[in-house]
Design a protein around this ligand. Sequence first.
Ligand code: NAD
Length: 497
Amino acid sequence: MTHNVPLFINGGCRQSESTEWLEVTNPADNKVIAKLPLSTESEMEHAVSQALIAQKQWKEVAVSERARLMLRYQQLLKEQHDAIAQLLSTETGKTIADAKGDVWRGIEVVEQAANIASNMMGETVENVATDIDGYSIVQPLGVCCGITPFNFPAMIPLWMFPIAIAAGNSFVLKPSEQVPLTAIRLAELFQQAGAPEGVLQVIHGGKEQVDYLLAHPEIKAVSFVGSVPTAQYIYQTGTAHHKRVQAFAGAKNHMVVMPDANREQVINHLVGSSVGAAGQRCMAISVAVFVGTSNQWIPELANAMSKVNPGAWDDDNAAYGPLISATAKQRVLTLIQQGQAEGAECLLDGSECHVSGLPDGNWVGPTLFRGVTRDMSIYKEEIFGPVLVCMEVETLEEALSLVNSNPYGNGTSIFTASGAAARKYQHEVMVGQVGINVPIPVPLPFFSFTGWRGSFYGDLHAYGKQAVKFYTETKTVTARWFDDDIPDGPNLTIHLR
Ligand code: NAD
C-alpha cells in the first residue's frame, strides 16, 4: 500500500497540503511505494522561519550537550541500522549489504560530529601588543540547508546535518525526490535522540523548492551533492545570493593498473568497484587504464565480470541492484549503444538483462568495453551504470597525462607493487582522493571528502575539519584590560605579575 511521505517540521511528521505530488517507486519492480509532495511556499517558509527561531536557542546550548545529542543519535542509528538499511533498499533497490554500508558510513560521520568541541577551538596569541591579547572564537552561521542525491540516502544527509547542527546551526534538508523515505526516518530518530524541535527540518520537492532555499535570505550556507549541471547551477545561484556553497558533483574515476600489480586483486577490485551498487557511486571506478602488458588481463576481467549478476535487495546472490529509474536505465542503454556506434569493442553487453520474478525492474548487466579513446561519449560522460571502459597506455607518464586531462577529479587509484610508482602517482595526479592498491578511496570522517576540479565547486569540503569550517564563522577578538581596573583584594592581584 502506498502512503504519503510527510514533511518533518518542528520535531514531527506533518502531512503536506500541496496539490502537486510525485510517485516514489521501488526500482526493482517500478511499483509505486509512496507519494511525495512538492512542498508549498508557505510550508517552506514555515520550515525556515521555525529553524531560525530554533537556532537562536540551540546555539546557546553548551557544546558538550550538543555533542551528547550526537552520541545518543549515533547509538540509536546503530540500534536501527538494519531496519534503516531495509527501508533504504526498498527505495533504492540496493542490496542489503550495500544499504548497510550506506548507513554505516553515515554513522561514522555522526561519531565525528560528537567531537565538535575539539574542532571548534579558536586560537590565542597573548601580548599581540603589550598587555593586549588576540584570540579567535568559532561561531555557527545560522540556518544551513542540504540538497542531496538519490544514490546514498543515508550517508549523504548524514555528511551534512550532524556536523552543521553540532556546530550550533539549524538545518533544512531537501532530500532527493526519488528516495525521501530514509531521510524522514533519519529525522525521526534524530528527534528521538533528543534534538530540539525545529533544529532539523525536512521539506520535499525538486528544482522549485531548491530555488526557494537558494534565494531565502535566512539560509546562510548550502551543501549540495548531485550531478554536474545541478552542482554548477547551485553554486552559481547560491553564491549570487551571497551564500556559502559547497557543491559535490559527478565523476569519472580511473584505476591505473601497472604490470607489476597483483593480477587477482586487480581483477576482483575492478569488478567490485565498477559494477558494485550498479555503478551508481560517485567514487565508482568507471575507467581502467592498463599500463604496458597488464592489458593481457582484460579477457580474464571480462570473464570475471560476466559471472556477476544483479538482483533483488534480499537475494544473497545478487552482486548489485537495479538502476534508480527507468529513465536512468534508458540513459545507460543509450550510452552503451553510442559506445558501440563510436567504435569501441564491447566485450560484455548488459543491455538485455533479466532478473527472474522481477520483469519490470531497471536492470542492466555488467558491461565492459575496450579500445576506448578519449573522444568517445562513453569516456567523456559519467555513465552512472555498471559499465567499465578499458584504455591502454604504454607508460605511467601516459596514464597520468590521461587522468589529469580528464575534467573530473573525484577519485582515482593505482594498483602496483612499486612504491616509487605509487609515490609518483600520488604526487602528480590532479585528483582529490587517491587509492594505492585500494579501489574506492573514500576518506573516513576525520579527514574530509576532497573531490577536486570538475567534481567539486566550492572551497571547503564535506565532513571532517573542513565541514566544521564550512558551517562556522571565525570571530577575532583583540582584548585589553587595564591593571587600574582590577578591584582590590588579595586573591586577584597576587597572580598578575
Ligand atoms: P541530481 O543532480 O539529479 O539531483 C540531486 C539533487 O538536486 C536532488 O535533490 C534534486 O531534487 C535536485 N535537483 C535536480 N535538478 C535540479 C535543478 N535543475 N535545480 C535545482 N535542484 C535540482 O543528481 P542525482 O541523479 O540525484 O545523483 C547522482 C549524481 O550525484 C551523479 O552525478 C553522482 O556522481 C553525483 N554524486 C556526487 C557525489 C560526490 O561526492 N561528488 C556523491 C554522490 C553522488
